[in-house]
Design a binder for this molecule. Structure first.
Ligand code: SF4
Ligand code: SF4
Length: 421
């Protein structure tokens, strides 16, 4: 991880030009300088230099960043504002500790490959007591206002049987040894495993159709991005190590994920997270991270997936939302659109497809109302283009978009690109 001096140096690259303000989703709603990337850099710089009296206001502005990366992409000096925000959150956790809820969720739940599935299995049995089926959408809404969730929020149903627990998925935990096919290690991620297992099923199906051998290594855990964006570097690092070890048990041509956030973490963040560990670690991380591909990148760019053109209905209109972690951090925007052309659906772009949906950086939990205000424009974009289906490539975005469309009364189905193939 970077030193304090390196972070101050990064902050000093900011010349206060303001070019980042027009693309910042939280500034777009708040319209106040401290909620802009430039304002955040100034606050973080003051904090790093040890200036006193920043207090709760400072923490609030740091937490309102979705870590979308739009400012970084738009900054003439390449100031890594999201990197500074993550460093500021980590410093805050180092000084103040985690809240009891965050500590339980990240250190007891997320870090445990036994307790987390057990607790979520219990929750899946009890969810009907607190949540009921939505009358218009595929999801659940709270029966009454719940702590940390509130009322009226559309939530995904916890899967009856988690993806990794399914018998046919367990059977994929070891390679069969077919050397004629590209061997793919599937990194599943929490969103797919616990909430949206159909994406996992589609990923395996499509990879097999594309001629690959699919392995779902056991022992894999959360990618660590939720912990890192909260400032809990310790948990994120321990999860990264577990995943590295799980995927070192086999030989893979590629490691694939259907989650844009996991992909960004495994490709880009691992290198920084595990730097400074024991000798030989950087070579191990490089070997792992250089093989990670997003499913759309692998299918379109490497496996040349042909699709099943003509099987979709040309009457239905599909649009695409760019997940920030895919487009801005991995540079992937063409591949999902090219895959959608193979579905037989009629493609129509929405206004500002790469604008953040408001979920990122933990904002949907730390400030749900702001998160939903950011999502309002996305919902209007979907309404404006008249799409029947919104495709994207991140389980987190899917959950957020479903909730936003439900809240703002836009009738469109939200799915992952692979579910349409
Ligand atoms: S972060 Fe970059 S774009 Fe924003 S004010 Fe500073 S130099 Fe300008
Ligand atoms: S990462 Fe996104 S939300 Fe955070 S300051 Fe930059 S543009 Fe704003």
């Amino acid at each position: 991880m970077k030193s304090l001096e390196e972070h101050i140096k990064e902050a000093l690259k900011c010349v206060r030009c303001g070019a980042c303000k027009s693309v910042c989703p939280s500034f777009d709603v708040r319209r106040r300088e401290p909620s802009s990337p430039r304002g955040r850099v100034a606050l973080i710089e003051a904090s790093l230099k040890g200036e006193e009296g920043l207090g709760g206001m400072y923490v609030g502005h740091i937490k309102e960043c979705t870590l979308c990366g739009s400012c970084l992409n738009n900054c003439p000096n390449g100031v890594d504002v999201p990197g500074l925000v993550m460093a500021a959150r980590a410093e805050h956790v180092r000084r103040e500790g985690l809240s009891p809820v965050a500590s339980f969720a990240l250190r007891n739940m997320l870090s445990s490959d036994r307790f987390m599935p057990w607790a979520l299995k219990l929750a899946s049995k009890l969810q009907g007591l607190f949540l009921k089926s939505s009358s218009v959408e595929n999801g659940l809404v709270s029966r009454f206002s719940l702590p940390f969730i509130g009322g009226g929020r559309l939530l995904p149903e916890l899967a009856g049987v988690f993806f990794m627990d399914r018998r046919h998925v367990r059977a994929l935990s070891e390679a069969k040894g077919d050397s004629s096919k590209p061997r793919i290690g599937f990194f599943v991620g929490c969103g797919v495993n616990y909430l949206l297992p159909d994406i996992g099923e589609s990923t395996v199906r499509v990879l097999k159709e594309a001629g690959a051998e699919v392995v779902v290594p056991s022992g894999q855990v959360c990618c660590g991005m939720p912990a890192l964006s909260t400032g809990d570097v310790k948990t994120a690092r321990s999860l990264a190590l577990k995943n590295l070890e799980a995927f070192e048990q086999g030989e893979y041509d590629y490691i694939v994920t259907s989650c844009a956030t996991c992909g960004h973490g495994l490709k880009n963040i691992f290198r920084e997270l595990l730097s400074g560990e024991e000798d030989g670690m950087s070579a191990r991380v490089e070997r792992f991270s250089s093989r990670v591909k997003d499913i759309t990148e692998l299918l379109e760019g490497i496996l040349s997936y042909k699709g099943r053109a003509g099987e979709g209905s040309g009457d239905r209109v599909v649009t695409y939302h760019d997940p920030c972690h895919l487009r801005k951090y991995q540079g992937i925007s063409e591949e999902p659109r090219l895959l959608l052309e193979k579905t037989g659906l009629r493609f129509k772009g929405m206004k500002n497809p790469c604008k953040c949906c408001g979920l990122g950086g933990g904002l949907a939990f730390s400030n749900y109302e702001l998160s939903m205000e950011i999502a309002r424009k996305k919902a209007e974009g979907v309404r404006g283009c008249g799409a029947d289906v919104v495709a994207t490539a991140c389980p987190g975005c899917i959950i957020q978009l479903k909730d936003a469309l439900h809240r703002y009364g836009v009738r469109a189905k939200v799915v992952h690109v692979v579910e349409l193939l």
